[in-house]
Design a protein around this ligand. Structure first.
Ligand SMILES: [Zn+2]
Length: 492
């Protein structure tokens, strides 16, 4: 994400007056699943095997007992009644021996039936916790299926930022839908292990009202009109954390473009609005600049989705940008695309390490790119001039919000996780020299592709590769009470 400048368990669905979630002779058979996503023995999604853990900042979201490998979602949106209907199939691995499995799912979505490996199973849906009662062994794989429906609501975001106060399923005045969901909020529209240590593959089928279209991450496999509705099928070919999933349903114009090496780029912009399309067409140049810094673009496609929000998100291989001058500015476009490397290819496994995303994206975009190209409409300023300005207010941010890895949980995404680690990376670049620094910045990605990491693994890896014990360096910048000194390099 780009920082803005400046109760009681409900067994089954008793509360909704419908059927019970316990095993019932009336339970319909489990939905059939196309392809291998319904086969618990498949190895097709082993690249999504993760080490889920309980988040240190937001421990109430996500569950380390589940390692989701693949989500198949079939969603239908009724804008007149703002009602979402979903059928979901989750291929998962139990990480511990337990009597149940738990996922996050907002209480507004009423669960109809749950099946595990084809058998109806009892469940409880208290608050946002969906608990499926079935004994599982550590390491065993299962196919969890459920049906649900309801009127989704956004989730309150743990931040005082001006550009967003809620996350997740958001309905615009005209009934169209968009999402941004960092650090959590995916659970406002599907059952999910909503914590970034658990990456998974995704296939979405979205049924949208006539004339509208459903958009998500990755590759658009098919787009058809079925019974007067637009049905799109999306496939995400690399595992992603839940906060990097996007969905939008509305009126969109699809425009094709080509990036470096023939990279297929698709812009999804509001129809009849030339300005937003013109602004986002900077994407190929942004990719070219970033490839020069941190290596080949990591995904087979790039999408740019413009939605009626204020903020911008680095959703995986399809960035989501608010339809306003700020979120569509060149430095924000570069920043969100930079996250495709730092944030999406390698993702923090805990929200205390969101600096891993924001520090390098800020360094690449608002410092490196801006110093060579200039922000939108402005001449370039030297790298030192940009960083010198940041260094003047960094200590204040450390004091106000805390060190980058110890921010107050209610201050998600404030300046401390952006500017302080950007200054840190520049200091490390000066220490190692440009050649070694950028070589390691690229190799960190290629040697940890599509995994979730943390400051401990990062400091150990950079120390090992550089032959220097950098742990005290990272610790001082990321955890220390006082601001380390940044010095101008006199170069660039
Ligand atoms: Zn960001």
């Amino acid at each position: 994400m780009r920082r803005l400048a400046a109760g009681l368990a409900i067994l089954g669905v008793v509360a909704a007056g419908c059927d019970s979630g316990s095993e019932s002779p009336d339970s319909p058979p489990a939905p059939r699943v196309a392809g291998d996503a319904g086969d618990p023995g498949t190895t097709a999604y082993d690249a999504a095997i993760s080490r889920p853990h309980e988040d240190s900042v937001y421990p109430d979201v996500g569950d380390p007992g589940v390692d989701a490998l693949h989500y198949a979602l079939e969603l239908s949106w009724d804008p007149e009644h703002t009602r979402l209907t979903g059928t979901e199939t989750v291929l998962l691995r139990a990480t511990t021996t337990s009597d149940d499995l738990q996922l996050d799912l907002a209480r507004q979505l009423v669960v109809g039936h749950v099946w595990l490996d084809g058998n109806a199973v009892p469940f409880e849906h208290e608050s946002k916790d969906l608990v499926v009662s079935s004994p599982v062994r550590a390491g065993s794989r299962h196919v969890l299926q459920l049906t649900y429906a309801g009127v989704p609501e956004p989730v309150t975001a743990p931040t005082d930022r001006a550009d967003f106060s809620t996350t997740g399923w958001t309905v615009a005045r005209d009934g169209t839908v968009w999402t941004m969901q960092e650090p959590y909020g995916a659970y406002s529209w599907y059952a999910v292990n909503d914590q970034p240590s658990d990456k998974a593959f995704y296939d979405l089928t979205i049924s949208a009202p006539k004339g509208q279209v459903g958009i998500s991450n990755g590759e658009l496999r098919t787009r058809r009109v079925v019974a007067g509705r637009t049905v799109t099928r999306w496939h995400l070919p690399e595992p992603a954390a839940s906060y990097l999933i996007t969905i939008a349903i509305g009126h969109y114009t699809e425009t094709k473009d080509t990036g470096p090496h023939g990279l297929p780029i698709t812009y999804w912009t509001p129809p009849g609005e030339a300005t937003s399309l013109r602004r986002v067409r900077y994407a190929p140049k942004a990719v070219a600049y970033l490839e020069g810094m941190v290596g080949r673009y990591p995904f087979p496609t790039l999408g740019v989705l413009v939605v009626p929000g204020l903020s911008a998100m680095e959703t995986q291989s399809t960035v989501t940008l608010g339809d306003n001058r700020y979120a569509l500015s060149r430095d924000v476009v570069v920043h969100e695309i930079a996250h495709q490397w730092y944030g999406d290819t390698v993702t923090p496994d805990d929200w205390s390490d969101v600096w891993m995303n924001e520090g390098m994206a800020t360094y690449l975009a608002e410092a490196g790119w801006a110093s060579s190209h200039g922000p939108s409409g402005s001449p370039p300023r030297g790298l030192d001039a940009i960083l010198h300005r940041w260094s003047r207010f960094a200590a204040g941010m450390r004091g106000r919000y805390g060190p980058p890895v110890h921010y107050h949980p209610g201050s998600f995404g404030e300046g401390d996780v952006y500017y302080i680690p950007a200054l840190m990376w520049d200091t490390l670049r000066q220490r190692l020299g440009d050649g070694e620094f950028w070589s390691l910045a690229r190799r960190w990605l290629t040697s940890h592709r599509f995994t979730s990491q943390n400051r401990t693994s990062l400091a150990a890896w950079w120390s090992r590769q550089s032959g220097q014990d950098l742990t005290p360096f990272f610790h001082a910048w990321l955890s220390g009470a006082t601001e380390p000194t940044w010095r101008a390099s006199g170069g660039v």
